[in-house]
Design a binder for this molecule. Structure first.
Ligand SMILES: [Mg+2]
Length: 234
């Protein structure tokens, strides 16, 4: 059964801030399949998507939020043998996968958000290329283009501050010109996205499609980006 946020007396929403990884983009599926082929494994797009969210739950559960936990969980979910996980995650860390596969249905969902008149902005812990990746994937871009227009793409590498620091959310609010209480944030990393947004006074939704996360956190879980469209309609 679909979970949805509880109704509340919050102010109407004028801006939606979006995490990129896991919300808009996933690690490039064909690159992942090439890597898995070394173990005689393959994975469908759906299986790679499933593996990503298991990885995020492992990352959120890691006491030091070490991305090695993400990579190991993804590799494990894709069938990499237990004795190979440590070496595999190190190899993947040394040669990072580009995050260029759009999440399922994301363009339609962004258009649905945009059709409600809310300003959209991306807030990503990234390496300086997320705006290019989003544009080339046809997901979104600043202004007109292949994807859905957004007001800003805030890349932590570019601005020099990363989630969960509330400073990166303040930059996003400045970009969209909306006060914190009239914005919401959607992300799949409770530690960075939910904690960070709430530290900036922004209501946050944790995208956890399969209910994997066992780490206590504030902010309601949603199982799909479409649930955010429902929040805005209310
Ligand atoms: Mg993410």
């Amino acid at each position: 059964m679909a979970r949805s946020p509880k109704p509340s007396g919050h102010a109407s929403v004028d801006a939606v801030l979006l995490d990129a990884g896991g919300v808009l983009l996933l690690p490039h599926h064909d690159t992942m399949r090439t890597r898995l082929a070394a173990f005689g494994r393959s994975a469908t797009d759906a299986e790679l998507t499933r593996a990503h969210y298991l990885g995020m739950a492992a990352l959120d559960a890691h006491p030091e939020h070490d991305w090695s936990a993400y990579r190991e969980a993804v590799a494990s979910a894709c069938g990499v043998p237990a004795e190979e996980l440590a070496a595999t995650q190190q190899a993947w860390a040394a040669n990072p996968c580009e995050w260029t596969s759009p999440t399922a249905g994301v363009v339609e969902l962004l258009r649905a958000l945009a059709d409600h008149g809310v300003a959209l902005a991306v807030v990503s812990n990234a390496a300086g290329r997320v705006e290019k990746q989003l544009g080339e994937a046809g997901v979104c871009q600043v202004g007109e283009g292949l994807g859905v227009p957004v007001v800003a793409v805030i890349d932590s590498h570019v601005v020099g501050v990363e989630k969960p620091d509330p400073g990166i959310f303040s930059l996003a609010l400045d970009a969209v010109g909306v006060p914190a209480e009239r914005a919401i944030m959607v992300g799949d990393y409770a530690y960075a996205d939910v904690r960070g947004a709430e530290a900036a006074g922004i209501r946050a939704f944790h995208l956890d499609p399969y209910g994997d996360c066992r780490t206590p956190h504030d902010g309601p879980d949603v199982d799909r980006l479409g649930a955010v469209v429902d929040v805005i309609r209310r």
